[in-house]
Structures are given as C-alpha cells and as structure tokens.
Design a binder for this molecule. Structure first.
Ligand SMILES: C[S@@+](CC[C@H](N)C(=O)[O-])C[C@H]1O[C@@H](n2cnc3c(N)ncnc32)[C@H](O)[C@@H]1O
Length: 204
C-alpha cells in the first residue's frame, strides 16, 4: 500500500494492520527487559526496520531470508536508521530457522512476522512455497511466548499463492481455540488481488 492509499482509505492495508497488532502484543510485555521478535522474510527490510524500532534499544530482532540480496538491502536500511545493533540477520530458510535458534527460544518469542511472496523488484522465482511455509508455521508457533503473536501476510496474485493462502487458512482453522486466538483479514472482490492477513495469538 502506498502512502497515498494510507491517507485515502479508512480501512488500513494488511501490513500496517500487522504492525499495529504486533505493537499491541509487544506492549503487553513492556516490563520484559529484552523483547524477542522474528522477521521470517526480511526482503527489503521495511518490516525489519519497523520491528527493530518496536523492540526498543534492549530488544532483539532475528531476521532471515533465503536471498543474500534481501539481507544486503535490509542491512543497509538498518544501518541508515541506526538500528543494526538490535538485529541479527541470517541467510536461511524460515522453515529451518526454529531448529537453528535452539531450544532456549521455545516459548520465548514475543512477536513474529512473515510477509510471504517474492522480493519486490527481485527474482520472482525465489518465492515462499506452500511446503516450507507450513513447516515454518509448525516450527514458529511453539516458539511464541504466551500472549505472543505471529502475523502472516499472504499474496494470491502469483502462481502458487492461492494454494499457499489456503494452506495457511487450513492450518489456522485446525488450531485448538482454547490455546490459540486466530484472525483472518481479507478484501473480497477487490481489484489486483490485495494480500490477506492471518494472525495467531498464543493464549496459553
Ligand atoms: C514479500 S518479500 C518480504 C518483504 C519484507 N518483509 C519487506 O519489508 O521488504 C518476501 C521475501 O521472502 C523471501 N523468502 C522466500 N522464501 C523464503 C523462505 N523459505 N525462507 C525465508 N525467506 C524466504 C524472499 O526472498 C523475499 O525476500
């Protein structure tokens, strides 16, 4: 969503909504010394920068992407904003990240964000895929702290996107509602396949 659209519409776009909900989730951990946040697809670093801002000077964001180009862009953006010290960047598949973080991260992540699809302006063949996205979900949900939040933005305008969105929707619907509060925000009947947002909040 462009800045122009942000002021034109009362209904926010899904990226802004995701950041708003993550900020609300983080506010509930305000007495926690070191906030832990994951960016599961750093891309051009827009989300990573906003997350690094949200965790404050004592917090940490771990960001990953499969593409070196994305990590370079993100590092440059963070450097220019003076936020690099709050962020650890890893070139890895987000399906593998939970295993790489180790067991001390289980139940300790206050928020996580996955903005799926391909790198805008980059190689469109390097795209999130249904199988790895599902493995990422399986691995990241147990990392969340109680009251922690995972947001997932899905795009249906590219090949494979609809399957991926349906798989995320199925995974969301299959969670135990006593343990998880789940939301889906979509824009039915709109032009240009606007993305949809899923959010997973751990209740216990
Ligand atoms: C829509 S972009 C992310 C946008 C980004 N959050 C930003 O603020 O600019 C999606 C990113 O996911 C990355 N990606 C694709 N498959 C991945 C995977 N299996 N693990 C981690 N990153 C992946 C792509 O390389 C791309 O950079």
């Amino acid at each position: 969503m462009t800045g122009h659209e942000q002021t034109r519409f009362a209904i926010p776009g899904v990226i802004d909504l995701a950041h708003e909900w993550v900020a609300k989730a983080l506010a509930r951990f305000s007495d926690t010394r070191r906030l832990r946040v994951l960016d599961l697809t750093v891309g051009n670093g827009h989300d990573t920068s906003r997350l690094a801002h949200s965790v404050g000077p004592t917090g940490v964001v771990v960001g990953c992407d499969i593409q070196v180009e994305a990590l370079v862009q993100t590092a440059a953006r963070l450097q220019s904003l003076g936020l690099m010290e709050r962020v650890r960047l890893l070139q890895t598949d987000h399906a593998k990240l939970p295993g790489q973080l180790g067991c001390t991260w289980r139940g300790s992540v206050h928020a996580a964000m996955a903005n799926l699809g391909y790198l805008p302006g980059g190689d469109k063949s390097l795209i999130t895929r249904c199988d790895t996205t599902m493995r990422m979900l399986d691995g990241v949900l147990p990392l969340l702290a109680v009251h922690g939040l995972l947001t997932v933005v899905v795009y249906t305008g590219h090949p494979g996107g609809t399957d991926e969105a349906q798989a995320v929707a199925r995974a969301a619907a299959s969670l135990n509602p006593s343990h998880w509060r789940v939301a889906q925000v979509s824009f039915p009947g709109q032009l240009h396949h606007p993305p949809a947002l899923f959010a997973f909040e751990r209740l216990r």
